[in-house]
Design a protein around this ligand. Sequence first.
Ligand code: N01
Length: 468
Amino acid sequence: MSGICMGALLRRSGISTFTVFEKAERVGGTWRENTYPGIACDVPSRFYQFTFAPNPDWTHRMSPGEEIWAYFEKVAADTGVSERIRFATTVTEARWTGTAWAVTASDGTCEEYDFVVSATGILHHPAYPDIAGLESFTGPAFHSARWDHSLDLSDKRVAMIGTGSTGVQILSDLAPRVEKFLMFQRTPHWVVPLSNPEFSALTRRLHRRFEAYDRFSYHVSRKIIESLSPALLHPGRTRAALTWYIRRQLRRIADPDLRARLTPDSEPMCRRLIVSPNYFDAVQRDNVELVTTGIDHVEPTGIVTTDGVLHACDVLVLATGFDAHAYLRPINLVGPDGYTLDEAWAAGPKAYQTVAVPGFPNFFLLMGPNSPVGNYSLTAIAETQANYVLEWVGRWQRGEISSAMPTHEATEAFYAEVHQAMPDTVWATGCQSWYLGTNGEPELFPWAPERHRELLGTVQDDDFAIAR
Ligand code: N01
């Protein structure tokens, strides 16, 4: 998604001398990799699109994954980015030569580029649980991002480990269509129900006919989502009201025992808030069993919990999330004097204002560390960051710079502010989640998304070491 965004903005500014390296055969990133049943975006579609590529044809308030994937393929084709993509090619190394980046790829090529932009996404390295005996299971077993569509699950007992956003969507879609659904929950998550109405033909026609109306809808959706940011960022009335509302939703669970087992002991929104139109109905179905006893090991025929009970199943789904801290690694990024990204990030990923790393000239990240990902629209963040990168590329084109990288001082100053602001945020109220970095601090942007736009709206020359 972010690579398409960068490519499209480059092309719009008249630059075609770039290559997008894509490890797979098609574009789409997370929407290509994740095709599990029930996949949809939990950010309203009107706001989960690029401002330069409005889509009047979204079918739902929160459209299904397949539709989003088709949207990104269309954007890539319409903007001419597709022509610049080298498919089925993995970048293995990018090494600074002193004047440019030598990029080595799996097709045996090594080419020089003036800039390297990492647009590798956040959630693309599946995390597999370390559970004894997992490989001994004799039925199909797969990660949610590697769904096996060849299977007919209608007469199967499906066991799923993991109850995050992915697990909730899978359960909600699949439970009515299988014989039995066993959901293994380690920690309950907060879930908020939100209806997902279909857009009428008239609405779609209006969006098609009046682009201004589409732009208006984008900004309204953005405003609504941004109006909730005080709840995430500061203790106070907005957080209290939203917390109260989210907690109340559990009343939809009729059985007090089930309700108790589904009630998290962390603050709502401390982990990513799960949005689902039908989870509360699905989890109360007769063919759904919630297992909250810890998993001891897996046997050929099922999962054994710590109380010694064997939960027999035919198919095992691992909805166990992703390694969200790898970013572009294992690509070997080597800056001047052989300084590597692994060295720079030995104590955890860090980026100046989310987009650049000291020691690596003309290198930028989209969706880098501390980007305001939360429950926000990633397309909007990518666009902000890609426009920032474009500003540097423009300077280079005009001959104003030959290279630029943020200083250590500016990066540390940014992190001093991050550390100061973070304790007030709901993400720091004490819960485990993929938001947390190795130092235990959320790797998020501790201010409103508007501030991210403001920060990246102007290039601060003083924060950079610039070679002319
Ligand atoms: O992953 P997660 P996800 N034994 O890390 C459990 C985005 N997304 O794929 O809670 C037992 O949230 C783990 O348990 P616990 C979105 O940003 C967006 O669901 O850590 N359980 C947890 O329940 C989201 O936040 C959409 O105790 C184990 C689950 O696995 C992000 O992707 C849709 C375990 C992992 O939850 C990741 O969501 C889907 C073990 N050993 C996803 N190991 C949209 O709609 C892990 N777990 C846009």
